[in-house]
Design a protein around this ligand. Structure first.
Ligand SMILES: Nc1ncnc2c1ncn2[C@@H]1O[C@H](COP(=O)(O)OP(=O)(O)O)[C@@H](O)[C@H]1O
Ligand SMILES: [Mg+2]
Length: 253
């Protein structure tokens, strides 16, 4: 675990985004202040993820996965370094600007689904469109279409407690998709599911990837990571490994 004082982050060589890059980071640092101590959760992460990649981020507890997800997902800003999302430098935006980018560009999927308990599937999926002011008729039409695309056409009027875990996660995935985001960011999406249902959800990510989506899945389960095509390992706040998944290597033989 990384608690230190008086370590100065160095400033890296800014390479910047190329056409087709969705995520580029240059020497990304995140330092949390804890009283008079500093916790360097990320210590110089350089990452490049291109459009339509399918990436798993792995690493032990405390290695910085959630911190990196929060930065990639525009939930937080780096202490140092640059982050370009779709070619735009978002490393120095304020909270309101980050919120706007987040709603437009990022589709989040969480371990605990994070659905509104009293709302129907349809309403849950419509929510991001309500936030960005989409007119009601278009909202409903788009939410219905995306629920049908995840095979929940027959469950639109059900509330979360009337659905199985796998169905709830599919509602959450539909909600993540409804704004046509640049990235789907999933944090332990199968963590609350049995392994068969988890594999079904990963099968759905496979389909979304085949349709052209860019997908990033954080997981500590190797079986789940192997659904992705590229596996990035993070350790003590730096990238310790970055390679094609065994499944992908088999496919290309
Ligand atoms: N808000 C915070 N304040 C202080 N330290 C934090 C905070 N969030 C995370 N950390 C520390 O940063 C390091 C990385 O944490 P985290 O990104 O949550 O790792 P992971 O998701 O891989 O378990 C850990 O040492 C953790 O204790
Ligand atoms: Mg975490």
């Amino acid at each position: 675990m990384a608690i230190e004082t008086a370590v100065e982050p160095t400033v890296g060589n800014i390479t910047g985004p190329h056409p087709g890059d969705v995520i580029v980071t240059d020497n990304l640092w995140k330092t949390y202040e804890m009283g008079d101590q500093q916790v360097h959760a990320l210590r110089g992460v350089n990452l490049r993820i291109r459009h339509n990649e399918y990436v798993a981020i792995m690493g032990p507890s405390g290695s910085g996965k959630s911190t990196l997800m929060n930065l990639i997902g525009c939930l937080d800003s780096p202490s140092q370094g640059k982050y370009w999302l779709n070619g735009h430098d978002v490393s120095e935006l304020n909270d309101d600007e980050l919120a706007r980018i987040r709603n437009k560009e990022i589709g989040f999927v969480f371990q605990t689904f994070n659905l509104l308990a009293r709302a129907t599937s349809l309403h849950n999926v419509e929510l991001p469109l309500i936030y960005n002011g989409t007119p009601a008729a278009e909202r409903t039409a788009r939410a219905k279409a995306v629920l049908e695309s995840v095979n929940l056409g027959a469950r639109m009027m059900h509330k979360p407690n009337e659905l199985s875990g796998g169905q709830r996660q599919r509602v959450a995935i539909a909600r993540a998709l409804v704004n046509h985001p640049s990235i789907i960011l999933a944090d332990e999406p199968t963590g609350n599911l049995d392994s068969k249902t988890g594999d079904e959800i990963m099968g759905l990510f496979d389909e979304l990837h085949a349709k052209g989506n860019t997908i990033i899945v954080v997981t500590h389960e190797p079986d789940i990571a192997e659904f992705a095509h590229r596996i990035i390992t993070i350790r003590d706040g730096v990238i310790a490994g970055d390679h094609a998944s065994p499944r992908r290597q088999n496919q290309s033989q």
